[in-house]
Design a protein around this ligand. Structure first.
Ligand code: IMP
Ligand code: MG
Length: 178
């Protein structure tokens, strides 16, 4: 089984590139059925979403705005619970159909924080699409509406997800070795 080492930790291959791409294409199809022809804004949550959003957009062929917000909550391999808003959203969401794009929903704290901010913007609708979702870690209020993979409560890296800044460039997703 292929593995990677980042700092002091070893990770083993968990989701291969092809599997990720197929799941993203499937999600794009569902989003197209729901949103084509509507006034849509995709809001990517940086940094983790950059690979996911870029691949997802390859399969989205209806008109839509794309914007970004930057939040941070993780320190090492654990959610700190404290979220900082590092780059605010600078676009008008009034009467727009907003789709938040997350790399992963873990405890759900980040999403709850984001929903609080975005709820005040008078969007026509507000939904969440996340590449990964950890149902066993989730203690939040808002579950993602669209997910590509439900995964166990284990730390993962690759395809945008990092361990203290490293691993985002990996094309596959790797799971921490227990
Ligand atoms: P939450 O607030 O606990 O839901 O965590 C949300 C953010 O923490 C995600 O958007 C990720 O950036 C990061 N995160 C959560 N789980 C993992 C993981 O397994 N690997 C890398 N980053 C993660
Ligand atoms: Mg994130």
């Amino acid at each position: 089984m292929p593995s990677v080492t980042l700092y002091d930790k070893e990770f083993t291959l968990y989701l291969e590139e092809e599997k990720i791409q197929n799941a993203i294409a499937k999600m794009a199809k569902e989003l197209t059925e729901e949103y084509a022809g509507k006034d849509v804004v995709f809001v990517g949550v940086l940094n983790g979403c950059f690979r996911f959003i870029s691949d997802l957009m390859k399969y989205i062929d209806f008109n839509a705005e794309i914007n970004f917000i930057k939040l941070s909550s993780y320190r090492g391999t654990e959610s700190s619970g404290k979220i900082s808003d590092l780059m605010s959203l600078n676009t008008d969401l009034q009467n727009k159909h907003v789709v938040i794009l997350e790399d992963i929903v873990d405890t759900g704290h980040t999403l709850d924080y984001l929903m609080e901010i975005l709820k005040e913007k008078n969007a026509a609708s507000l939904k969440v699409a996340s590449l990964l979702y950890k149902p066993d870690a989730f203690i939040g209020k808002t579950k993602p509406d669209y997910t590509a993979f439900d995964i166990p409560n284990l730390f993962v890296v690759g395809y945008g997800l990092d361990y203290d800044g490293l691993g985002r460039n990996l094309n596959d997703i790797y799971q921490i070795k227990s």
